[in-house]
Design a protein around this ligand. Structure first.
Ligand code: 8IG
Length: 280
């Protein structure tokens, strides 16, 4: 079996196996859009449309079991409900990746981006990357969704191997950000800074992120966005601010607080995300 861990394996070969497996078990030959649901965003799947099939992630070639409590370990195929404005539009299908592998798990970069590569091979043209994160802007209280405008990758790594030079100008599609704002004109935008984690930042690191031009701090998304662009996907990034970043308020951060903010904001942001996907 093709193994992502083997440096001789082409990770796209494993993505092809995964996409083929998903097509077989879901009965959906082609998916149109993929979603990666991070902390707080899990409820969106139920609002998107009718679930056609649900598969435990670790049964799909190249996927790992989830490592974090509060993350859902399944991949779902969902028939996207037609938007009110176009009830007779042709059926579209979403591939919903309910768990992600994080760089901090120490399994390398390939597993981190395997989901978006699989989505690209499965036919997706668009990927929506969501996450829970810390916010630097005191006006963004816990529970505020923010569009990712750009990112700063502080992981010191890349999902691309060899001399693969990919343009990241407009990585986070201006077209899709505009479209999201047609659903909710109040959505703000920010620059997402990815740290490796799993520890949260020190207050000095948060100040550094701010001076570098960052607005949001987290432990995911940027490597997936790079891999998505490389694979030809148009990227929409949505962050849920679940906590103010370390040192902004002086209060300590807790994983419990993060989960609770996600739970509280869940129904509201899930409805927002479902409407955005229906409008894509
Ligand atoms: I949820 O404050 C969540 N994820 N790095 N910092 C980092 N990741 C996060 C944070 C945070 N909150």
């Amino acid at each position: 079996m093709a193994d992502l861990d083997d440096p001789m394996t082409d990770p796209f070969d494993v993505a092809r196996l995964a996409a083929q497996y998903l097509a077989e078990v879901t009965g959906v030959a082609q998916h149109d859009v993929a979603l990666v649901l991070g902390s707080g965003w899990g409820g969106a799947a139920d609002l998107l449309g009718e679930t056609v099939a649900e598969v435990p992630s670790h049964e799909v070639p190249g996927f790992m079991a989830p490592a974090v409590v509060g993350h859902v370990g399944t991949i779902r195929s969902i028939r996207i409900a037609a938007p009110d404005a176009a009830p007779d539009a042709p059926a579209r299908h979403a591939l919903v990746l309910g768990s992600r592998t994080h760089l901090y798990e120490g399994k390398g970069v390939r597993p981190v981006v395997h989901g978006v590569r699989t989505a690209a091979v499965a036919g997706a043209r668009t990927v929506v990357l969501t996450n829970g994160c810390g916010g630097l802007n005191p006006a963004w209280g816990p529970g505020t969704p923010v569009l990712i405008r750009d990112h700063i990758n502080l992981t010191a790594t890349s999902p691309l191997e060899g001399a693969t030079f990919v343009d990241l100008t407009d990585l986070y599609s201006p077209r899709l950000r505009d479209l999201a704002r047609t659903v909710d004109p109040s959505l703000d935008e920010g620059v997402y800074v990815q740290f490796r984690g799993p520890h949260y930042e020190t207050p000095a690191e948060v100040r550094m992120a701010g001076r570098l031009g960052g607005d949001l701090v987290g432990m995911s998304t940027t490597l997936e966005a790079i891999a998505a662009r490389h694979a030809g996907l148009e990227v929409l990034g949505l962050s849920l601010v679940t906590n103010l970043a370390a040192g902004i308020t002086g209060e300590p951060l807790s994983h419990g607080e993060v989960i609770e903010a996600g739970r509280e904001a869940g129904p509201r942001i899930s409805a927002l995300l479902a409407k955005i996907v229906q409008a894509l």
